[in-house]
Design a protein around this ligand. Structure first.
Ligand SMILES: *Cc1c(COP(=O)(O)O)cnc(C)c1O
Length: 386
């Protein structure tokens, strides 16, 4: 169970919907990830886009992780949250001039460059600022992440990274660029990856392309293999912390590197997904001829993943429950048919006012909240304020 009796009583008095963050679980997760990485001399950057709630960031920063950003504002947020600039990476297919200037001004660890044209723009803006920009080239390695097609990024047909067919040209542009220093290679093949063979295949590709550059006389100091490690959405209580040992072990075994080469990771979901839940009350119950509906006070405006990628989130009743289960279609109040958290979900027979926890919502939840339908600003509480 997610909450103690006294917490349940307190929660019952709070206005819903709201996010609940268990910062103690987050810290345990970070400790395990950090220990497994440190043991192998691996560097971990936290992907801010998964969750940039202030206390979540503060907890992560305190554990000494770096930051992985995908916008100028995220770079600024990471700096403001205490992440040191020399541990910040900046990725994204569409970095604006303003965003590049922001990152240059802070002297970040590396730009993960996604196209030849972007390389030329960074070179020009770095020249203007009188600095040298450290860059990693994001290679699209054509690895199938075996995940939902909306969150796979490493196939030839995806918009991310430089296709391998253009690497010859990219290498030539880098040699010409006086204000760009190639420090490494970057890969990120998708998200919510649970098949460890995907990471093995990635290692094979990384080795291949690292060798390709080294044969051409280019020193590769940094191998950044991105993020994507998945979490157990089905069993949040049984598997609250991903198996970081097994994950890092794959890279330790299959990645070829010298003692001069650093290995970097960019984990988002695996670090923050399980520490967050969305709490929501049943507003109305409705029964059709064959269907039973629960209409919640939370919708796609608070948690968009089900509507956006048909994502599954475990739902459970908070507090006293009847033994009798009924299959419900659990929907939100937003005027969109896709505003549905799950169909035919077995839940205890429910009534107006009952509280539900929508689990594993710490990643890509609060950050995607919107004001559509002029909804309230998102609310949140932490375990230590309950
Ligand atoms: C989103 C993203 C990540 C983090 O992905 P997770 O699946 O949350 O681990 C890492 N690197 C890049 C470049 C990203 O865009």
């Amino acid at each position: 169970m997610l909450f103690t009796k006294s917490q349940q009583e307190k929660i019952g008095t709070l206005e819903t919907p709201f996010y609940y963050y268990d910062l103690a679980l987050l810290d345990d997760t970070l400790k395990q990830a950090k220990a497994a990485a440190d043991k192998r001399d691996f560097h971990v950057h936290y992907a801010l886009k998964a969750n940039f709630n202030d206390r979540v960031l503060e907890t992560i920063q305190r554990r000494g992780l770096g930051a992985d950003c995908v916008s100028g504002n995220e770079v600024q947020k990471a700096i403001d949250s205490g992440f040191s600039a020399d541990k910040i990476t900046f990725a994204g297919v569409g970095k604006s001039d303003k965003e590049i200037r922001t990152a240059l001004a802070h002297g970040i660890f590396a730009f993960n460059v996604e196209s030849i044209q972007e390389m030329e723009v960074i070179d020009a803006l770095a020249a203007e600022a009188g600095v040298i920009a450290n860059v990693s080239l994001r290679i699209n390695p054509n690895v199938d992440a075996h995940t939902h097609h909306y969150i796979t990024t490493g196939l030839d047909e995806n918009k991310f990274g430089v296709p391998t067919s253009e690497l010859e040209k990219a290498a030539a542009v880098i040699r010409q660029a006086a204000h760009v220093e190639l420090m490494g290679l970057h890969f990120h093949v998708g998200s919510q990856i649970t098949d460890m063979n995907v990471f093995k295949s990635l290692c094979v590709k990384v080795n291949e392309w690292k060798n390709w550059f080294e044969e051409r006389g280019t020193t590769i100091r940094v191998l950044n293999v991105g993020g994507g490690l998945g979490v157990d959405y089905q069993h949040p209580d049984e598997n609250p912390i991903p198996d970081f040992e097994a994950y890092f072990d794959i890279f330790d075994k299959f990645l070829e590197r010298t003692s001069q080469q650093e290995v970097h990771f960019e984990l988002g979901r695996a670090l923050v997904a399980q520490c967050g839940s969305l709490l929501s009350k049943v507003l109305y119950t409705k029964s059709g001829i064959k269907k039973h509906f629960l209409v919640l006070d939370a919708g796609m405006t608070e948690l968009m993943r089900p509507a956006l990628y048909q994502a599954y989130h475990k739902m459970e009743r908070v507090g006293d429950t009847s033994e009798t289960l009924l299959n419900y279609d659990v929907v939100g109040p937003i005027c969109e048919s896709s505003d549905c958290f799950g169909k035919e979900v077995p839940l205890p027979v429910s009534k107006r006012g009952d509280l539900l926890a929508i689990r594993t919502a710490g990643a890509y939840g609060e950050v995607m909240a919107s004001r559509y339908n002029l909804r309230d600003e998102i609310r949140y509480v932490y375990n230590d304020t309950l």
